[in-house]
Design a protein around this ligand. Structure first.
Ligand SMILES: [Zn+2]
Length: 375
């Protein structure tokens, strides 16, 4: 039976509960999820992430909410000296990888019989939760800072979600949604562990697309860490079954403007501490001053012999243009991987014969206002 278990104090809770965190304040994980990945049980004719349903915590097939997410292309980045591929995860229905988490989370929510959810996001997660709520027929309210760009609000409200615009800073929005979460299911992409059950499928797909082998390295942006942790969970499950022999080194990238995980890594600290954002950044999708699952990020970093780097604004802009020059149009948050790859090569972490996969998380069409400024 799947239960919640607290990451900090090991208290367990039933998953039917409305709670989104432990009484001690710690984030919840899933106990006894994800056991028994089997290549033989992959539904190869299903071209979505639900081909791995036997390894996902949704037992009732009738509860599966899908818009065709997952099985995104893995293509060469045309690097003459290195085996570097990029996973086009922005080719998901709402334009970002967050559809993976939203699909599994909303399917589980439907299976639990929940009829209404709340979520706070000013970006891709809000759109994903709104879209999958619409498909599921679940009432959805998204809390956003009043200053959120109109384009993002348009996508969320077009899916039929109720928008609550909150005056003040991001913290005011968080406060408002937590009050709502007292009485309504909180479908949080940061707190709810079912979201990570969706993002772990990136690891399954990479392995399958490489004929059930793991690359030497996987690079991804880190804000709250849902890609980074998802990769860790997914590759661990494959290793536990002997499908891959080693987990790739997980290489994370943060914006220099907001980099609490990089600071913990570079200062050799075991815990992530709050690091206030110092300036505006093109990579707005990863401006998390204190990731909720900082301990899990650091565990994944240690156990995969991973590394973290930072990129500044000119380097992010360079990345956007380098990708676009090869026909790949992503939001700046995704483009951090380009200069990060070079830095990992320079520092000797990525060597000439190594294989690397980088995750491109969100479409450039999501960030038109930012991209117009650098075009
Ligand atoms: Zn606890």
């Amino acid at each position: 039976m799947i239960e919640y278990i607290c990451d900090q104090c090991n208290t367990t809770y039933r998953i039917e509960t409305l709670r989104y965190r432990c009484d001690c304040g710690g984030p919840l994980q899933l106990k006894q999820a994800g056991t028994g990945f089997s290549i033989d049980r992959v539904t190869v004719e299903d071209s979505t992430l639900w081909r791995y349903r036997h390894a996902l915590p949704v037992t009732d097939a009738a509860s599966v909410i899908s818009l065709g997410e997952g099985m995104t292309p893995l293509v060469s980045f045309d690097s003459p000296e290195h085996d570097h591929r990029v996973k086009l995860d922005f080719v998901c229905p709402t334009g970002s990888y967050k559809d993976r988490g939203a699909a599994v989370l909303l399917s589980k929510v439907k299976e639990l019989g929940v009829e209404a959810v709340v979520e706070d996001s000013s970006g891709n997660a809000g759109a994903a939760i709104a879209a999958y709520s619409a498909k599921a027929g679940i009432d959805c309210t998204i809390y956003c800072p009043a200053a959120t760009s109109k384009g993002k609000l348009a996508q969320i409200s077009m899916y039929g979600a109720r928008l609550k615009l909150i005056e003040g800073n991001r913290a005011a929005t968080t406060q408002a949604v937590l009050e709502a979460a007292e009485t309504t299911y909180y479908a949080s992409h940061n707190w709810n562990p079912f979201f990570l059950e969706g993002t772990k499928t990136i690891a399954f797909e990479i392995a399958e697309q490489l004929s059930w082998e793991a690359p030497d390295h996987v690079i991804c942006p880190i804000g709250f860490g849902s890609v980074y942790i998802g990769l860790f969970i997914g590759f661990q499950e494959l290793q536990a079954q002997g499908i891959i022999t080693k987990i790739p080194r997980l290489l994370g990238v943060q914006s220099a403007a907001c980099c609490p995980v990089y600071k913990a890594y570079s200062e050799n600290r075991a815990q992530v501490e709050r690091a206030p954002q110092t300036n505006e950044t093109l990579a707005e999708g990863i401006t998390s001053e204190l990731p909720i699952r900082g301990d899990t990020i650091m565990r994944a970093l240690r156990e995969t012999n991973g590394a973290i780097t930072v990129v500044d604004e000119p380097e992010i802009e360079f990345g956007v243009k380098a990708l676009a020059s090869k026909g790949i149009y992503v939001e700046p948050t995704s483009a951090v991987i380009v200069k990060a790859f070079d830095k990992f090569v320079e520092s000797g972490i990525i060597r000439a014969a190594d294989s690397t996969v980088s995750i491109l998380t969100g479409s450039g069409l999501k960030a038109t206002d930012k991209l117009m400024k650098i075009a």
